[in-house]
Design a protein around this ligand. Structure first.
Ligand SMILES: Nc1ncnc2c1ncn2[C@@H]1O[C@H](COP(=O)(O)OP(=O)(O)OP(=O)(O)O)[C@@H](O)[C@H]1O
Length: 289
């Protein structure tokens, strides 16, 4: 499903002394089956954008096309339910939203709420649990008896059980240890690859943005500052550094070699393998000259 934001603006608490312009002039297209990473400082507007993708927030200016539906400033869109089903959001610390007595009931809650018969919802719950790497033996347990990492996975399973076409992830691994983080990020990537789920990830991790995304969107002061492939975005690392944003460790290492030893690289290296190859190439060139 294609999503397009056109000249979107959003103000919190309009017509109150606390009115705040959160995003403005946002133009963005999320093509079906793509993986987009949204990065930027705290307060740059990432979460506000995410909440527009499934109609949780309605723009105060501009419009959003989500599949065949349009959400427009000033117009009441009555049919938001289909959008909410198709665009699943995994919020930060998703486990805080668990509330049912059992894991099964929790995962079934969304599908049943959207009219799926209970028996079918239970099948969806089993499938979703498998997708997040958990076994059926926990279905009857209270979600609150699980470990933190398992609770997070159950909450994610609740979103997957709705069979979304677009998955929106707001720092889905916040607070997890490095191993748990990688497992969950790899899981989302696998879902994206195997099921063609469009994925929009908000992250502070440049490593994750570089590793998983086809397109990186950099937000700055409420609007899109830059967008492009990881190669395009990280080929001008100085710009990111100027904004006070991080770059992947491998790119930082290249910058350092460039600055301190005058080494010239052809491209930004987004992982260790690429960096090793590029250093090998540069060293061979050095031997020849
Ligand atoms: N409920 C709210 N009421 C008023 N202002 C808000 C509200 N939520 C966010 N804002 C403001 O809107 C702007 C954008 O915030 P937003 O949360 O979208 O940024 P963000 O990039 O997601 O930040 P973070 O990385 O901290 O999650 C900020 O100036 C923020 O203070």
């Amino acid at each position: 499903m294609r999503i397009e934001l056109q000249d979107v603006e959003y103000r919190y608490q309009v017509n109150t002394p606390f009115e705040r312009l959160a995003i403005h002039d946002v133009n963005l297209v999320i093509e079906p089956g793509t993986y987009t990473a949204l990065i930027g400082h705290t307060g740059s507007g990432k979460s506000t954008i995410l909440q527009h993708l499934n109609g949780l927030l309605q723009p105060t200016k501009g419009k959003i096309q989500v599949g065949d539906r349009t959400i427009e400033a000033g117009k009441k869109e009555k049919q938001l339910r289909p959008i909410r089903k198709k665009v699943g959001i995994v919020f930060q610390f998703a486990e805080h939203q668990l509330f049912e007595e059992t894991v099964e009931k929790d995962i079934c809650f969304g599908p049943i709420n959207f009219g799926v018969p209970e028996a079918d919802a239970k099948l969806l719950a089993r499938d979703a649990l498998k997708q997040v790497g958990l076994g059926e033996e926990i279905l009857g347990k209270s979600p609150f008896d699980l470990s933190g990492g398992q609770m997070r996975r159950v909450a994610i399973a609740g979103v997957l059980a709705m069979e979304p076409e677009v998955l929106v992830l707001d720092e889905p691994t916040a607070g997890l240890d490095p191993r748990g983080r990688k497992e969950i990020m790899d899981m989302f990537y696998q879902l994206h690859q195997e099921r063609g789920i469009s994925t929009v990830l908000v992250t502070h991790s440049m490593e994750d943005a570089a590793r998983y995304a086809d397109e990186i969107v950099i937000m700055h002061k409420g609007t899109v500052y830059q967008k492009g492939s990881p190669n395009e975005v990280f080929s001008q690392p100085e710009q990111l550094v100027e904004l006070g944003l991080d770059v992947p460790d491998t790119v930082r290492f290249q910058l350092r070699l460039q600055k301190e030893m005058g080494v010239r690289f052809d491209k930004p290296c987004l992982n260790i393998e690429e960096l090793a190859m590029e250093i090998k190439r540069v060293m061979k060139w050095g031997e020849r000259s």
